[in-house]
Design a protein around this ligand. Structure first.
Ligand SMILES: [Zn+2]
Length: 371
């Protein structure tokens, strides 16, 4: 990477990255930062690059890109002694490995993040949190700082959150805490107020399509379709480029499940839809993202929007997808978003899906059965 322009390899987020660059240039970056925004838009890539800039011993807040320190901050294989990592884990894993456990040899940050996403009940447990936080008080071994990167920070257990807050009250002068989360409001207000927050929103379809063409070598027409399906999330777009057939198949399944439940409109149908979605051991948050896309597409199709504006133009002729009235669709979209929140707040998966579908099968109040 060139040492001259920071964040040049990142797509989109111009204003956010400009603000970060300015803070680095003026040496007024807060010791506690939050990068927040939807999954798969580049928060982790930006965090790794920021860590590289901060850790490079060249010392002017700009990674040289060539030294040992810079090479060790690699999201695919992280090997830097001054960059600690904290992320959600299964409860049993914490009791097996007491404080002082050896860190993973060279963790792949994206895999850790994916695994945490798939296991919504995992949390950032107190023992590893205290262990990692204590390392911030040691002198840096390579450069001039120690960084703790916290993935999925909304999953901090109360005890771990308090341990973190305590460090933030009087952080060691060499420490930087970098928290990543999807939803800023899911963090403790006391934690938010002590951090400088940077928002990473979804990207434009054009940006994502451009990346797909350059990274995956897709033909432009196909790249545009996948960019649209991705909802502005690079992570999802790249996953789609690897397995578009798998995504389409799941989307078709969910469209059918939603359609059947809507048509029957009974509690029994709602519960059976929830059970069917749960039976497949997939990523429930991703399933909910697809449900949102389907409801949105149904609404746009109902309003006569041209197929190219739908997340999937093929939806224009999808017979299984119910035709929601605009008001109904709007209420359903809010309801699906609440189910995503529920899952992030550790509501049991079955309960979250069942209560979601019980609401989706009825018309929202005020709509009645007017045609
Ligand atoms: Zn360097």
């Amino acid at each position: 990477m060139s040492g001259r322009t920071r964040f040049a390899g990142l797509l989109g987020h111009h204003r956010t990255l400009q603000a970060l660059t300015r803070a680095l240039d003026e040496n007024r970056l807060s010791p506690a930062l939050i990068f927040h925004g939807p999954a798969g838009v580049g928060k982790l890539t930006a965090a790794a690059e920021l860590a590289r800039h901060l850790l490079c011993p060249s010392g002017d807040g700009r990674a040289c890109g060539a030294c040992d320190s810079c090479r060790r901050v690699n999201p695919g294989s992280l090997l830097h002694p001054d960059l600690g990592l904290l992320y959600p884990k299964r409860k049993e894993d914490a009791s097996e490995k007491a404080a002082g456990e050896a860190p993973l040899a060279a963790p792949d940050l994206h895999s850790i993040q994916d695994e945490a996403r798939k296991n919504a009940s995992w949390r950032i447990l107190a023992d590893p949190a205290r262990e990692r936080l204590s390392q911030l008080f040691l002198s840096p071994s390579m450069g001039r700082r120690r960084i703790l990167l916290v993935l999925a920070a909304e999953r901090l257990q109360e005890e771990s959150g308090n341990a973190l807050l305590k460090v933030l009250e009087e952080p060691p002068p060499t420490a930087v805490l970098l928290l990543l989360c999807e939803n800023l409001t899911a963090l403790l207000p006391t934690l938010r107020s002590r951090c400088q927050a940077f928002r990473f929103g979804t990207l434009s379809r054009e940006d994502v399509a451009r990346l797909l063409i350059s990274e995956s070598g897709l033909p432009p027409a196909q790249a545009r379709v996948l960019a649209s399906l991705s909802g502005g999330r690079i992570g999802r777009a790249l996953a789609l480029a690897r397995d578009a057939a798998g995504y389409r198949e799941r989307r078709a399944e969910l469209s059918r499940v939603l359609g059947e439940a809507h048509e029957l409109g009974t509690a029994a149908a709602a519960l059976s839809a929830a059970a069917e979605i749960q039976a497949k051991d997939g990523d429930t948050l991703e399933d909910l993202a697809i449900l949102s896309d389907l409801i949105r597409d149904s609404m746009l199709r109902g309003c006569g929007c041209p197929p190219r504006l739908l997340t999937d133009p093929a939806t224009a002729s999808d017979k299984t997808l119910p035709a929601f009235k605009p008001q109904e669709a709007a209420a359903h979209l809010v309801r699906v978003e609440r189910a995503r929140e529920d899952l992030r707040r550790y509501v049991n998966r079955q309960l979250a899906l069942e209560s979601l579908f019980l609401d989706l099968v009825k018309s929202p109040p005020g709509l009645g059965s007017v045609d």
